[in-house]
Ligand binder design. Sequence first.
Ligand SMILES: Cc1cc2nc3c(=O)[nH]c(=O)nc-3n(C[C@H](O)[C@H](O)[C@H](O)COP(=O)(O)OP(=O)(O)OC[C@H]3O[C@@H](n4cnc5c(N)ncnc54)[C@H](O)[C@@H]3O)c2cc1C
Length: 341
Amino acid sequence: MTRVLIVGAGLTGSLCACLLRREMQSKVHIVVWDKARGSGGRMSTSRPPDSLSHSADLGAQYVTTTSSYALSHFRFYSELLSAGVFQPLDSLVEGQKHKDGNQDYMTPLGMSSVVKHFLSQSGAHLFFEHHVTGLYRRGASWEVQRKGGSEMFDAVVLTMPAPQILQLLGDLDQMLSVQQKQQLEGVEYSSRFAVALFFPPDVVFSFPWTARYVTDNPCVCYIAADSRKRNADVPGRGPSLVVHTSIPFGRKHLEEDKEDVQPIILKELNKLLPGLPQPISIKCQKWRYSQVLTSVPDCPGHMTVHDRPLLVCAGDSFVHSNFDGCVESALSALSVLKDSL
Ligand SMILES: Cc1cc2nc3c(=O)[nH]c(=O)nc-3n(C[C@H](O)[C@H](O)[C@H](O)COP(=O)(O)OP(=O)(O)OC[C@H]3O[C@@H](n4cnc5c(N)ncnc54)[C@H](O)[C@@H]3O)c2cc1C
């Protein structure tokens, strides 16, 4: 049986695994490795250290689809809506620049539930804390090296951001054509910090909005009453709040420890929301690769580095940073996998 390794348990990797299973059923053995301790990637949902508060989405917040993607990706929207993973987002998002025909969806169980849904459908063998460090061609297979060991696979799909793909050791560098290398090197990402604040059960936010885009602050660009966004504000659990920093702030503080940056963000947040109650716990995340600013140009949604054995790169570096971008990339990687396997 053909052994396929998908590196990355984010949206692109999980959907790719799910579609591959649906198309090729028992003809493939699908393995997913992720360096993190859980699935989701940049669609991560963070739990508080205790069960007194709701969880919070530290990365992607909600899904906005255009009318044309709503049509071309109809089957995915319909699947996620009927599984209860998506629900229309109809509460107030202050300052949102919305185009006619766009539709927003939120995830009652958090954004990582989208990834978990596709992973559960994939039947893939999922391994966390498997950090890939290099790829070596061994005849008709790839030896994939990770921290703590290596394994052989017949085909490999890499779904991390392009700058992380370029950090891999081994034969990848020689196999990339000059043009492919330039294309990968040209990919640029924004950087941001995200802070989640978890509150005790007696806290009720006094502001009317679910989320607010902030335009006049050098540090904070977005605040969400995360549990309210998901209609999850139920008695017994405190609300959660998420703050995203602006791109210039993220760039300026990128090389600093998140522990040193967190107090700066909280100070700005308290200026924007004076009288905000004291949270029980706080989690800060540095997104070095947040959203793609410059993707690989004129690209079908993936890059084939080598045909046999197959090595494909996919993810939002090859399209754009949102749900539909990852769906495009997963579909495009699937077409190559199907042809090759
Ligand atoms: C702050 C923020 C806000 C956003 N807001 C939205 C939004 O509101 N709506 C929206 O649709 N999108 C949003 N996005 C974009 C969206 O989250 C991404 O486009 C999408 O999640 C990318 O998915 P992916 O699977 O391509 O990559 P990722 O989610 O990055 O998945 C790649 C995975 O690879 C793993 N990995 C990396 N290197 C290695 C390695 N060497 N070995 C093993 N594993 C590795 C990572 O741990 C990760 O899990 C946001 C992103 C961020 C950061």
